[in-house]
Design a protein around this ligand. Structure first.
Ligand code: FE2
Length: 306
């Protein structure tokens, strides 16, 4: 393993920059230091931290929640769930069709309609977390009791709904970019994501790909994206799962494990991702954007809800 200072540089070039970032946003402290620790150390830190966080009184996870937890622990990913009721799916798709998207890597292109990306360079049309959190049914889905219970088993305390995103992936692009290449998400010492397909996802529509079991080892741990060859060599071709499913299907995934979205061939794909973390990361808004809603746990929803 590289030296401490080398590993720190994964996120910040100098200590000076580290302290500058910490002053601006305290959430960057844990985020920037994450690569400094190995997998076993991160696990120990997570358990120690969780011991001091709130838990659900009289916690009794359902069999479904226990099944999700077991799948996350052993495979890194659950079986496909759903699909969502047709009216819920319809409302979500309509919302994301009428909300303009953007490409944060090409800000000069401005905002554009979901079906009119302004350049062939744009592989993905993104929505901000604020836009996503205002989508219909989103909070109910994020606060699904079985998911929250699985999360409490996973973290050893209540989870924090943190980094939320949605994006269209466009067909006809030749080069995979960003999350279209194998990578580990490395946002918190322990986390998982809820992914919801809002369009039918088959071989031609850029299915999500996951490397089963890669969440349980630090092999190839690096900030760099990995090639298919490196993944096959390290984990074996059989570990690579391609997740095809109809619109409205959803699954949970330990995103420390290697994953990517394949480049769609002929059809655009719309995906929502909701990250459950042990503590807030700098990837979510700095201040809550929603008023308190008594239906939802204030601790779990504190990043987005006052
Ligand atoms: Fe990712």
């Amino acid at each position: 393993m590289p030296a401490f200072s080398e590993r720190l540089k994964t996120r910040v070039p100098t200590w000076r920059r580290f302290f500058e970032r910490a002053r601006e946003d305290r959430r960057t402290i844990a985020y920037d230091l994450l690569p400094v620790f190995g997998l076993a150390e991160r696990d120990r830190l997570s358990e120690t931290f969780a011991a001091f966080q709130p838990r659900t009184a009289g916690f009794q996870p359902s069999d479904k929640a226990r099944g999700f937890y077991d799948a996350l622990r052993h495979q890194g990913v659950t079986a496909m769930q759903g699909p969502l009721p047709a009216d819920v799916l319809g409302d979500l798709v309509a919302y994301f069709r009428q909300t303009l998207c953007h490409d944060p890597y090409r800000p000069h292109l401005g905002r554009f309609a979901w079906d009119a990306p302004p350049s062939p360079e744009v592989n993905l049309g993104y929505f901000t977390s604020e836009e996503v959190i205002h989508a219909p049914h989103l909070l109910e889905l994020a606060n699904h009791p079985d998911i929250l219970a699985a999360a409490e088993l996973w973290f050893g305390c209540k989870p924090t709904i943190d980094n939320i995103g949605a994006s269209w992936s466009y067909p006809g692009r030749e080069t995979a970019k960003g999350a279209q290449r194998f990578h580990r998400d490395f946002d918190c010492s322990r986390s998982f994501k809820l992914f919801i397909y809002l369009t039918d996802v088959d071989q031609d529509a850029g299915p999500h790909v996951y490397v089963r079991g890669s969440s349980r080892t630090a092999r190839l741990e690096s900030a760099r994206a990995q090639t298919d060859e490196a993944i096959h060599e390290t984990f074996g071709k059989d570990a690579v799962m391609t997740l095809e499913a109809p619109a409205g299907s959803w699954f949970l995934e330990d995103v420390y494990g290697f994953h990517k979205g394949l480049l769609p061939k002929t059809k655009p794909r719309l995906l929502v991702g909701i990250e459950y973390n042990l503590y807030p990361s700098p990837l979510a808004p700095k201040r809550p954007v929603l008023d308190r809603d008594e239906r939802f746990d204030p601790y779990i929803n504190r990043v987005f809800m006052r």
